[in-house]
Design a protein around this ligand. Sequence first.
Ligand SMILES: Cc1ncc(COP(=O)(O)O)c(C=O)c1O
Length: 452
Amino acid sequence: MIANDDTNVFYRNPFSSYPTVSRGEGIYLFDEKGKRYIDACGGAVVSALGHSVPEVVEAMKAQLDSVEFAHTSQFTNPSQEELAKLITDRSPGGLNHAYFVSGGSEAVESAMKLARAYWVQMGRPDKWMVIGREQSYHGNTLGALAAGGNRWRRAIYEPMLFKAPRVVPCSCYRCPFDKDPAHCSIECADDLERAILEAGPEKVAAFIAEPIVGATAGALVPHENYFHRIREICDKYDVLFIADEVMTGLGRCGSWFAIRQFGVVPDMLCLAKGLAAGYVPIGATLVHDRIVDTFHNRRHIFQHGHTYMGHPLATAAGAAVIRFMDKHKLVERSRVLGEELLTRLKKALHDHPHVGDIRGRGLFVGIEFVADRASKAPFEPELAFHRVLRDLAFRNGLIIYPMGGTIDGRRGDHTLIAPPFVITRAQIGRLVELLVRSIDAAVESVRPKAAP
Ligand SMILES: Cc1ncc(COP(=O)(O)O)c(C=O)c1O
C-alpha cells in the first residue's frame, strides 16, 4: 500500500510517509507539526553551512535582481567567473579551470567524457575505458552508474551500462587481501595495474575514485600511501586520474579538498553537494591546465554541455557559500569538530557489541555495524538494520544517512554522520546521545529476529 495516494508527486519511495518540511535553521530542520530534527547528515552530505544562512540567501536575491539566466553559449556572468576563481584558488596545483554543471552525476559524466575527448585530441582514439572500484558510487546517470561499483544500484540497469573494469575497494577494516594495514604493500592500489593490463592500457582513458568513499562504504579512509601508488600507476600507463569529491569536497573532510590529505594532484576533480551547500543545485568538474591547454592549443572545444551550466543563481550561491566558509573559518572548524565528533563517538561506542568500525576525516564520519564484533559478521541483509536505524533515529529527531550493502552491495550496514560545519560542541554531545539511543533501539528491534 502506498503511504499517500492524495498526491501527484512520484516519490522516491511511495511506501514511505514523508513529513512536510516547513523551515530550517542552523543544524535543525522543522516539519509542519513543529517537530525539530537534528540534520546530522546535511540531507545527503550537502548542507555544509546549515540551513537558512542569510548571507547566502541575500546573494541569491541580489543575483535574481540583476539577471536570472543567460545561456553560456551567449554570455558569461560575473558569478560564474567569481566562483571559478574562488574554487581554483583553493584547488590542488594545476586544477585551474572549473566546468560548471548542475549536480554530482553531471560533474562525473563531464569528467569521463572530457577524459575520452582529451585522448582523442592526443591522437589516442582507442582510449575510452574508465576504471572504477567496487563499492564506490559516482552517481545515477547511466555513465556514472557504469563507472560505479555498487551492485544493488546497478543491477536492473546492467544491460544499459558501458563496460567498466573495476578494482577492489581500499578497505583496511575488511582488507580484500587479508592484510594488516601496518604491514601491507597496498595491494589494493596495485589492483589498478592488474585491471589496466587486463583491459589493455591502450584502451584505458581514466580511473575514477572517491578519496574517501562515502554513500556506499561509510567514510572509508584509504591507506595513507594508497593514492601515491594510484598516481604512479596512472602515470605509468597514461591513464587520467579523476578524483570524485562530490561528497568529500569543499571542507567536508577538514581540508578544502580531501585528496590534498593524500599528497597527490588528480587530473580532474568533481564537486557538487557542498559547493552551494544545498541552497541550489550545482556541480563542477575542475580540470588541470595540461588538459585544457591541449584543447586550447588545437583551437578545439570540448564537445559537451548542458542548458543550465554556469547558471548565475547557482554560481552566485556557490560564491556566497565559499565567502561564508572563509569568513567563519569553517574548513578548520570541520577539521577540529570532526576530531571531536570522532573522539566522542569512539568513547560512546568503543565497546558496543554491534559497532565494528568508526572512521572518517573532518565532519565526515562513518560507523560500520556488525552482528558479531569478533568475526566482523554483518547482520543478515533481510533485517535491513540500516533502515531500522534510520527510521528509529528519525523518530528520535535525528537525521542520519545509513545504507546497506557496505561489504558487497548486499551484506553489511553503515551510517554516515556529516553535520553542517556550524555545529557546536554541545550539539555534537546531543547528536551522539540520540545516535547511541537509536542504535540501541535498532539492535533491540532486530534482536528477536536475529536470534536463532
Ligand atoms: C561521490 C559521489 N559522486 C557522485 C554523486 C552523484 O551526485 P548527484 O546525486 O548530485 O547526481 C554522489 C551522490 O551521492 C556521490 O556521493
